[in-house]
Write a protein that binds this ligand. Structure first.
Ligand code: ZN
Length: 239
């Protein structure tokens, strides 16, 4: 499958069957995203939480493409009130869409929906594990601090092949914590996100990569540029 970073925590993942999954579509106000919002034509949109740098253009994109938005119960309620197609899910639960399994997992962060004038409660912040038909699993951590279940549950039970982890610090893990998270989750590939979008989250991804190589040199750190593609082929990483 193909993984395209749109900057910040926004990713487009295209399955081998050409199902387009758009995660945390912060596009038009994202200073690092060069992709026009009209260009995106997802089959489904995932929201890890309600903050505007993740919710982004989800309403507009769903309106123009009719792609459903999957999010936690409270976000779904908000979407339903706006007349938006939505899929309600909660932490620990899964649903299947176009033969792909989506599991909502934990994140340690806050959430309200702040794209509207009066902010609306957004439930808990969450993460997503996407399991494709061939068994390949991609984990998008959302915004989070380091927490112990990354080791026992996410790494120990779900075992993602690719992990997308925030490294920006201040609002999420920084490079050191994200490298520890990498070691605990133990994916084949880790891709840093949620950094260098704004001055408060400026980071050098090489520092993160260096920590990861110290903690577990078997993990491949893939540092992407916004609007870059990474093709993940499970055969390249068989032990
Ligand atoms: Zn956030």
């Amino acid at each position: 499958m193909e993984i395209r970073w749109l900057g910040h925590s926004a990713f487009e993942i295209v399955s081998d069957d050409n199902v387009k999954i758009l995660i945390d579509p912060f596009i038009s106000n994202n200073p690092t995203c060069q992709v026009p919002v009209e260009e995106l034509n997802p089959d489904i949109i995932l929201l890890t939480h309600g903050h505007s740098d993740h919710f982004g253009d989800a309403l507009e994109i769903s309106n123009s493409t009719n792609a459903p938005i999957a999010g936690i119960h409270e976000i779904s309620l908000f979407l339903a009130k706006q007349g938006i197609r939505n899929i309600s899910v909660n932490i620990g639960g899964s649903f299947i869409f176009r033969n792909i399994k989506f599991t909502m997992l934990d994140a340690k962060h806050s959430s309200d929906i702040d794209i509207v004038e009066e902010t609306v409660p957004g439930g808990s912040a969450a993460s997503f594990l996407i399991t494709f038909e061939d068994g390949t699993k991609i984990f998008h951590a959302g915004d989070t601090g380091l927490f112990g279940d990354m080791k026992d549950i996410i790494g120990g039970i779900y075992k993602p092949d690719v992990a997308l982890l925030p490294i920006g610090d201040k609002f999420t893990m920084g490079p050191f914590e994200a490298a520890l998270a990498s070691m605990w989750i133990n994916p084949k590939v880790v891709i840093p996100m949620h950094y260098n979008t704004f001055p408060p989250i400026e980071q050098d991804p090489a520092i993160f990569a260096n920590f990861v190589s110290q903690f577990n040199p078997n993990i491949d750190v893939v540092v992407m540029n916004p609007d870059e593609y990474f093709e993940f082929n499970p055969e390249d990483y068989q032990d």
